[in-house]
Design a protein around this ligand. Structure first.
Ligand code: ACO
Length: 382
């Protein structure tokens, strides 16, 4: 056993997985051997979920049955809506509301006593959770605007139904396809912090509700999923300031501020998902005639590249362009990270089930650095 300390588990290999292949040096991502660019172009989010959970891309019949079973699970209990009402009254943040509501979903699981080693039952739980996350988020957003939540629509796609429940209108094809693609891009990414959190929980053979709830907590932080909202806040801040984007980035660098949406523990070059989203942003900007966010992000990227950041291995990650895309779709900024969770839940579930199939309790060590053999002085004598 090595006693060398690996802070942040950086570079430590802890498991084998068939789910996502990442080459951080060249900027490559594949789900089960399919390049992310190909999946983004040619597969829907439902197909990607099927791929992650069942190991292969579905044919038409399998996809129809899978999509139907997912859509049939969208509805949530009144008790969950009541919880969301209370959270809105308490001014809770969407990511925390999602965490609380997902935890509550186990109360209405129709198979509460399923054997943790019954992996088919686990995948059914995973399907219920994944189906209900859009309903929770859309209901929360409507409740906080004083509106009634909308019933989910089983005839729409996963992406289309979420946009419908959020806005009250059926989305146009471009919005639905764009959102669907964003879900595909975020669905899985190796042993990132939130996936690893879910797996650690799953390694105790706890149920998927616990794993997904934990994953949401881990994803909420600004070093992980929270960065997509931070990028958009940065763009609005630039817009409201008297600085141009390059001056803003220059000042941020001088102040030692980390640029949100830049840098990645694994990618040492531009994240392939960022490239795809940048392309989508270019399409949306051209179609809408509003290229402000595209201009700002492109100018910042050019400046930071000139400054040598990319050469040093600090390059745009998936979050640098996702917020601008969501803004074009009219999605509120504080839902960006919850949307990430909506998609990544698919990856968490796939990883937990894969890990549990050959389970080993995750229990690392820490080196104790505190004092030893101290004597307890009675409280009145301290
Ligand atoms: N802007 C400027 N400099 C940066 C940035 C950044 N965004 N990220 C890293 N650096 C610099 C650090 O200051 C450090 O420089 P130094 O060696 O001179 O001190 C060097 O790069 C290495 O940084 P680390 O913190 O060691 O890199 P780590 O792998 O731990 O960090 C992380 C990865 C947390 C993602 C980091 O790049 C960061 O904070 N980025 C901004 C937040 C962000 O975009 N998070 C989303 C990540 S993608 C995702 O989770 C979906």
């Amino acid at each position: 056993m090595s006693d060398e300390l690996q802070r942040g588990l950086e570079g430590v290999l802890v498991a084998e997985s068939d789910l996502s292949y990442i080459d951080g040096e060249v900027g490559e991502l594949q789900y089960r051997g399919y390049p992310i660019e190909d999946l983004a172009r040619n597969a829907t989010f439902e197909e990607v979920l099927y791929l992650l959970w069942h190991g292969e891309l579905p044919d038409r019949d399998a996809l129809a049955a899978f999509s139907e079973s997912l859509a049939a699970e969208h509805a949530v209990d009144d008790a969950v809506i009541e919880t969301l009402e209370r959270l809105v009254e308490a001014d809770e943040r969407p990511m925390a509301a999602l965490r609380t509501a997902v935890s509550q979903l186990s109360a209405s699981d129709p198979e509460p006593d399923a054997d943790p080693e019954d992996f088919e039952a686990s995948l059914r739980k995973g399907r219920r959770i994944t189906a209900k996350i859009p309903t929770i988020l859309a209901a929360f957003d409507r409740l906080r605007q004083g509106k009634e939540p909308l019933e989910p629509r089983e005839d729409l796609s996963y992406a289309g139904n979420f946009l419908y429940m959020l806005t009250g209108a059926e989305p146009d094809d471009v919005s639905e396809e764009t959102f669907d693609m964003a879900l595909t891009l975020h669905a899985d990414h190796g042993f990132n912090a939130s996936t690893f959190t879910s797996i650690v929980i799953g390694s105790t053979m706890a149920d998927l509700y616990s794993s997904v709830t934990g994953g949401i907590g881990a994803l909420s932080g600004p070093l992980h999923g929270g960065a997509n909202q931070d990028v958009m806040e940065m763009l609005f801040e630039i817009d409201e300031s008297d600085k141009d984007p390059v001056q803003w980035a220059k000042d941020a660098r001088n102040d030692g501020v980390r640029i949100p949406g830049w840098g990645h523990r694994v990618y040492k070059t531009k994240d392939p998902r960022a490239k795809i989203l940048q392309g989508k942003l270019e399409d949306l900007a051209a179609a809408s005639g509003g290229s402000k966010w595209l201009d700002y992000t492109t100018e910042i990227e050019a400046y930071l590249t000139d400054e040598g950041l990319v050469e040093k291995g600090i390059a745009p990650n998936v979050d640098f362009y996702s917020g601008s895309v969501y803004d074009h779709l009219g999605i509120p900024m504080d839902l960006y990270t919850p949307i990430f969770a909506m998609s990544r839940a698919g990856g968490w579930i796939a990883h937990v089930v894969e890990y549990q199939e050959d389970n080993r309790l995750i229990r690392p060590l820490s080196r104790y650095t505190g004092p030893r053999d101290q004597e307890v002085t009675p409280i009145d004598e301290r």
